[in-house]
Ligand binder design. Structure first.
Ligand code: ADP
Ligand code: MG
Length: 407
């Protein structure tokens, strides 16, 4: 054909690039909720309240009591690739925060009308501003400048996104079922509420105008188990087993067995456990997990709550956190479900919550916002250890009912 008719190569406008990228990071309201909840956790929030209207398409609001945002940071706050969490590429190895790409807020301002109110503890008042396409929106009145306006408010940050995909017609039309969208939002908030119950963080999720929230985990006495009971009910709560598996299982067990009668740990041992725990909690990178054989061998700690043989559901629940990040692993899910297959009625599934700690170098938690499936070193060995641990637990819990219930 005639080369004269070939279209020439052009540079895309920045706004087009940003909107395309934003549509990938935020494909539906639940993606935005995940990013915003993670920002609140990064800000040290102890209470996170999510409010939603029309499944999040009309309104999505996240309110936290974290450290807030300085008014001087407002101008850069929603620009793409602006962050307070990462400076140098090398820092990525030890990064403890969820975020570091500086893309989430920017993305949301490219596909929704955003307003942000925030107050730091050393500021006498809160500040509020609207954002669009990464930039502060000039205020109305008083010269129409783009300065954040002082207002009343408590310590922390409230981010409101309205009219999601107002500028993406086809996307808006594709996301028509607010019930499905809301279910996905509630699912994300529930997962975080369960996992971060361990840190005493309270979560609330509600539809706007609805008096009773669909999820509320109180801060006082918060725990993973407590949050599971709140979210999934007492019926499941009564049928849960606590799962603990680790790569050093055998050694620990051996020590216990050798000591015979249960002995109380010495002060030194207690202190060792304590400092170990501190190391584990040092940042989300979780450098605390070290293999006895050095860095190369399989090294992991798994803690979880799983339903026993008396409980089943039509659609199973599988909640997986690796080094405190919400992830998915088809391989782990498959093998865990396969342990249940002989003991649950056909076409029913278990409840599984599993928190794994791995040396950061052993897991490829792809931190891109849209990728949740993870892969790790020594995958087969890890899978079989997990399955063996689960099987032993289920077997041991088999008191009143036959373990192989179906035969
Ligand atoms: P990232 O989390 O990757 O840094 P974001 O776009 O999610 O990028 O957020 C940009 C910056 O805005 C963060 O680095 C942080 O400084 C600030 N920020 C966002 N949300 C909050 C919040 N809820 N509380 C305090 N600061 C926040
Ligand atoms: Mg973020």
């Amino acid at each position: 054909t005639d080369s004269v008719n070939l279209p020439c190569i052009r540079r895309l406008d920045a706004d087009v690039v940003n909107r395309i990228a934003a549509g990938e990071v935020v494909a539906k309201p639940a993606n935005a909720v995940k990013e915003l909840v993670e920002n609140s956790l990064d800000a040290g929030a102890k209470s996170i309240v999510v409010t939603v209207k029309d499944g999040g398409m009309r309104l999505l609001q996240i309110q936290d009591d974290g450290h807030g945002i300085r008014v001087t940071d407002f101008p850069l706050l929603c620009e793409r690739f602006t962050t307070s969490k990462l400076r140098h590429f090398e820092d990525l190895r030890s990064i403890a925060s969820f975020g570091f790409r500086g893309e989430a807020l920017a993305s949301i301002t490219h596909v929704a009308r955003v307003s942000i109110t925030s107050k730091t503890c050393d500021s006498p008042c809160a500040y509020k501003a609207r954002f669009q396409d990464g930039k502060l929106v000039p205020g109305v009145g008083a010269g129409g400048n783009a300065k954040p306006q002082p207002c009343a408010g408590t310590n922390g940050t409230t981010i409101t996104a309205e009219d999601l995909f107002y500028n993406m017609q086809t996307r808006r039309q594709a996301l028509k079922n607010p019930n499905d969208l809301y279910r996905a939002v509630l699912d994300v908030v529930t997962r975080y509420a369960v996992h971060f119950g361990k840190d005493g963080i309270s979560f609330t999720c509600r539809k706007q105008g609805q008096a009773r929230p669909d999820l509320y985990t109180p801060q006082r006495g918060a725990s993973v188990l407590g949050a599971i009971k709140v979210a999934f009910g007492q019926v499941l709560g009564r049928e849960l087993l606590e799962l603990n598996v680790s790569s050093e299982e055998r050694r620990e067990g051996g020590r216990e067995g050798a000591s015979g009668a249960p002995t109380s740990p010495s002060k030194d041992e207690e202190r060792a456990v304590e400092s170990g725990r501190e190391r584990m909690e040092e940042g989300r990178g979780n450098a605390g997990v070290r293999s006895a054989q050095g860095e190369e061998g399989l090294s992991f700690k798994a803690h979880g709550y799983v339903s026993n043989a008396n409980f089943n559901m039509k659609k199973g629940v599988f909640m997986l956190f690796i080094n405190n990040r919400m992830v998915e692993s088809t391989a782990i899910k498959r093998i865990m479900e396969s342990v249940y297959a002989p003991i649950l009625p056909t076409h029913t599934h278990p409840f599984l919550y599993l928190a794994l700690d791995l040396p950061p170098a052993h897991v490829d938690v792809n931190v891109h916002p849209t990728k949740r499936e993870v892969h790790f070193l020594h995958e087969d060995e890890l899978l079989s250890k997990l399955a063996a641990g689960l099987e032993a637990l289920l077997r041991g819990a088999n008191t009143s009912r036959t373990f192989y219930g179906k035969s």
